[in-house]
Structure formats: structure tokens, C-alpha cells
Design a protein. Structure first.
Length: 278
């Protein structure tokens, strides 16, 4: 076996990844990815972002390369990234293919569940050479998620409708992070089982579902109350059942999902307390 050891070493060297060096110039093609890079402790590597990247505050000062669906390839090339992070299921495939054709390394993250965030933090840490910081952030995230799961296991279910917009009347299913957070907190998303990520539903369908709580973005809460007051028989009317939350905290795949989850869980806890007090 000793005779073969040099050969095994040589084969091992040839088996090393093409991109063995940690990335030091990263461009992210979705707002949540910029958050993830900072959360993984690799904020010093970030050199470019897309529109609506607004957290943490430092991100706002970075050069923009377009948005998640249209990239200015000249601006991207001028930044000379050695890693471009793509958003699987969000960035168009042809866009990511074009970035590869330009010779840039592209790694795509496709978060589908709350658990994926921790794994993706660890990947970013590996790609940028910030393994220790990323692993610590992932461990903290997993601990928070496990704590909420334990706390709300077996609690009384509360029916919830999440309103994204009024015209058309968009909602979300449990394929989306907000829907998963609702379920995590002991809520029952009334349209959670639909196949689409963000289906359009009718007012009549919402009235028929008669949710106890309507969640929506903070900026829309007053308009939502006005809309559903047309149906006074709904149980949400006349109670503190229309609740605004920060949609950035419940929809973006980043560690801040746990902050959003606490908002939703606290809101549903208040509703349970009201029910028990009656």
C-alpha cells in the first residue's frame, strides 16, 4: 500500500475543486443573499448587490448590478467578482447561464424550507473562507428554530389568512416561508395546501374559510381592515384579528426569518389569550 500512496495523493490533488481558493469578491443576485453573506461573517467579501438589498445598513452603499431579474452585465464585469451567488427559483435561468458564459463562477442557493437557511449559511462560509463564523451563525439559527418548534408543538390551532395584496387578492401557501412560519407558530394557513406558491383567491373563498386572523404587511393593515369590514359576519371583524407584520422578516430566506417568526408567534399568542379571556 505504501507504493501506491504517492499515486493516491496525486489523484487527490487532481480531485480538488476547480475553485479551491476562498472567494474574496462576491456579488449577490437577490436581497436575501446579501443578508446571508453578512450573516455568515463574509460581509467583507461583498462587492455588489441588486435592487432592494437593504440589510444590513452597509449593503445600501454597495454598487448595484440591476435587479434579481435583469442584470447589467457591464457593471457586473467591472466588479470582477470571483463568486456570483444566484437565487434558485428566482433568478431566471437564462440570466445565470449568461453570467457563467462571461466566465464567472456561479453558485446557486435554492431555499425551500426554514431548515435550509442554516445549511446555506454553512455553504457560504465554505465558499468564502469564513467557516467558523458561518457555522456559529447556523448553529444559533438552528437553536432558535428548534426552540420555537418545541414551544408551539401541540398548541391550539388558529386559522390564518395571509393577504399579500387586494387586487388581485394574492395569498401564500406553505411552500413559502411566511406560510411555514404560520404553521410553526401554531397557526393553520387556510390556503396552505394549494399547489401554487402565491395563488390568487376570491373574496368569497376567504369568507368561506372564515379565518380567525388575517396577517398582512404592516403598511397594508388599515386597508385590509377596511376591505374585510364589508363582510361583518366574519369572525375576524370586531376583534383584533387583522395583524400587520414586517414582510421582509417573514419572506426573505435569511436568519432574520426567526425574528419574523417571533412576531407572528407573539401575535397568535395574543389572539389565544383573548380567546381564553372571553
Amino acid at each position: 500500500m505504501i507504493l501506491f500512496r504517492p499515486l493516491l495523493v496525486l489523484l487527490g490533488l487532481f480531485a480538488m475543486p476547480l475553485f479551491a481558493q476562498p472567494a474574496s469578491r462576491v456579488v449577490t443576485l437577490a436581497p436575501n443573499l446579501a443578508e446571508m453573506v453578512y450573516a455568515a461573517g463574509a460581509g467583507d467579501t461583498l462587492v455588489g448587490v441588486v435592487a432592494y438589498s437593504d440589510y444590513p445598513e452597509q449593503v445600501k452603499t454597495l454598487p448595484g448590478v440591476g435587479d434579481a431579474f435583469r442584470v447589467d452585465f457591464e457593471r457586473l464585469s467591472a466588479l470582477k467578482p470571483d463568486l456570483v451567488l444566484g437565487w434558485g427559483g428566482g433568478n431566471p435561468t437564462h440570466l445565470l447561464d449568461r453570467v457563467r458564459e462571461l466566465g464567472f463562477r456561479v453558485e446557486v442557493l435554492t431555499p425551500r424550507t426554514l431548515d435550509d437557511v442554516a445549511e446555506h449559511l454553512e455553504r457560504i462560509g465554505e465558499w468564502t473562507g469564513h467557516i467558523g463564523q458561518a457555522e456559529a451563525a447556523a448553529a444559533e439559527y438552528r437553536q432558535q428554530l428548534a426552540g420555537l418548534r418545541q414551544r408551539y408543538a401541540g398548541v391550539e390551532k388558529i386559522t390564518v389568512f395571509y393577504q399579500v395584496s387586494a387586487q388581485p387578492l394574492y395569498t401564500i401557501t406553505n411552500r413559502q416561508f411566511t406560510g411555514q412560519i404560520i404553521e410553526l407558530c401554531g397557526g393553520q394557513n387556510v390556503f396552505g395546501s394549494l399547489s401554487e406558491l402565491a395563488p390568487v383567491v376570491s373574496p368569497e373563498a376567504v369568507v368561506a374559510a372564515d379565518p380567525r386572523v388575517i396577517l398582512t404587511g404592516n403598511e397594508q393593515a388599515k386597508d385590509v381592515i377596511s376591505l374585510w369590514s364589508r363582510w361583518p359576519t366574519m369572525q375576524v371583524i370586531g376583534k383584533s384579528g387583522v395583524i400587520g407584520v414586517d414582510a421582509r422578516l417573514t419572506a426573505r430566506a435569511s436568519p432574520r426569518l426567526m425574528e419574523g417568526a417571533r412576531q407572528v408567534c407573539d401575535a397568535l399568542d395574543r389572539v389565544r389569550s383573548e380567546e381564553h379571556a372571553q
